[in-house]
Design a protein around this ligand. Structure first.
Ligand SMILES: [Fe+2]
Length: 430
């Protein structure tokens, strides 16, 4: 059941109300929390043990499975990977008799029922490892099955929530999930992060499940595979990765190590993403490799820092309105920056300086330069900038705000969530 700390119940207060006064996995006692120093902990268990990078690196997968002593592999891929690329078959052939089952259909925004249905067939195959090849929902499905199969519990029992004004309800994972190995085909970063999202189609809620134990054990950042995805899809998913870097940099969970990942990833993404625009030839393989490396680094960042209210909006747009996470992020990244500019201008300015966007000494100028740089990328790839452009009907701000106020990412946003302010912000974004 969900507990009231990010990882387990608080032994003292029963709540976790200030991320600056928490250690991951436990809450500090009141006397400890009175210190004026902020204590932060980087949790290495939320980072994949092994990350391969380079065109063709999927060839290392059999050796990784040997290392894990995995003999029965369940492969999960999307329909498009299965039917429009050679890579599902390629990986099946490399793994040979180890493959005991294949799921090659994962519906968008991943309904809870789709995960429950998959558990039935997956359980019969008795896998001891899961290989996921695809975009974000494929990796989300893999991680959901990885915890559901050995625990016998439903994914809805592993969901984190935010409770206004400032309480975070985390989860405990008291089982050892199956090892997950991932091969991304987009810049979603779901291939590295310790959890995912499923959609409750009755309540229209996007449910977020996150725990360090759900971190994939091996990741294969293979530009040959990524390059098989249409450039338009890659470009929009790249805006999702930029949004990760920025929200992570001003999240209340940010710290020097997550900053290092965020700023390095941001520098790369701002440089290479414009080449994924509609003009000109397809990006060269080395550019695709730089982009997927940076995108996954954006996930290493938020595996520890979490994100912010912009992602909460994207979760509502996906769960309630069926909009794609990439398109939603393409719109929300600029809106998130503007929403938080007043309270996090110094952090946005720090991101601008560290990613090479500005060397202005004053924060206001540097932060504006960051917004301009993201806008330039958005223009270069022809990304939508308004919610109306991605198919959201007018007048939805109030219901999205309700969703946002329950989403765990809202807890980490630097600007406190005030209902009327969020509604006005979303009206502006429409
Ligand atoms: Fe995202």
């Amino acid at each position: 059941m969900p507990s009231t700390c990010p990882d387990r119940p608080c032994p003292t207060t029963g709540n976790n109300t200030d991320p600056g006064q928490r250690l991951r996995g436990r809450c500090l006692s009141p006397s400890q929390s009175e210190t004026s120093m902020t204590i932060r902990r980087f949790d290495g268990t939320a980072i994949p043990k092994t990350i391969y990078s380079g065109p063709g690196c999927r060839s290392k997968m059999p050796a990784e499975l040997d290392r894990l002593d995995a003999k029965r592999v369940l492969i999960i891929s999307s329909t498009s990977v299965a039917t429009k690329t050679p890579f599902l078959r390629d990986i099946q052939e490399r793994l040979g008799e180890r493959v005991v089952a294949v799921i090659d259909r994962v519906p968008s925004n991943l309904p809870v029922q789709a995960v429950r249905d998959a558990v039935g067939s997956a359980a019969e195959a008795r896998p001891d490892a899961i290989v996921a090849i695809g975009g974000g929902i494929v990796h989300d499905m893999a991680k959901a099955l990885a915890v559901m199969l050995p625990s016998g519990r439903d994914i809805t029992e592993f969901v984190s929530r935010f409770e206004p004004p400032n309480t975070f309800h985390g989860i405990e994972v008291d089982t050892d999930p199956l090892p997950v190995l991932t091969v991304p085909t987009t810049f979603s970063a779901a291939d590295v992060v310790a959890g995912g999202a499923v959609t409750d189609v009755e309540s229209h809620e996007k449910l977020i499940f996150v725990h360090p134990k759900l971190t994939p054990v091996a990741v294969f950042l293979d530009a040959e595979v990524v390059a098989s995805t249409p450039a338009r899809i890659l470009a929009l998913s790249g805006m999702n990765a930029i949004h990760h870097c920025l929200e992570a940099s001003y999240s209340k969970g940010a710290q020097p190590i997550t900053d290092a990942f965020a700023f390095a990833a941001l520098r790369q993404l701002l440089t290479v993403l414009p080449t994924f625009g509609p003009q000109g030839p397809a990006p060269a393989l080395d550019i695709v490799q730089r982009a997927i490396d940076a995108a996954s680094m954006s996930g290493l960042t938020y595996a520890n820092s979490w994100l912010g209210i912009g992602h909460s909006v994207c979760h509502s747009l996906g769960g309630r309105f069926g909009l794609s996470h990439s398109a939603a992020n393409a719109v929300m990244v600029l809106n998130s920056l503007r929403f938080n500019l007043e309270v996090a201008g110094d952090r946005i300015a720090a991101a601008a300086r560290a990613s090479g966007v500005s060397d202005a000494p004053d924060d206001a100028t540097a932060a504006q330069a960051m917004i301009a740089a993201v806008e330039a990328v958005s223009d270069a790839i022809g990304a939508p900038k308004r919610l109306s452009e991605i198919g959201l009907e007018k007048g939805q701000s109030a219901v999205i705000t309700e969703d946002v106020l329950g989403d765990p990412q809202t807890f980490w946003n630097p600007r406190p969530p005030v209902t009327a302010e969020i509604v006005a912000w979303l009206d502006d974004a429409w």
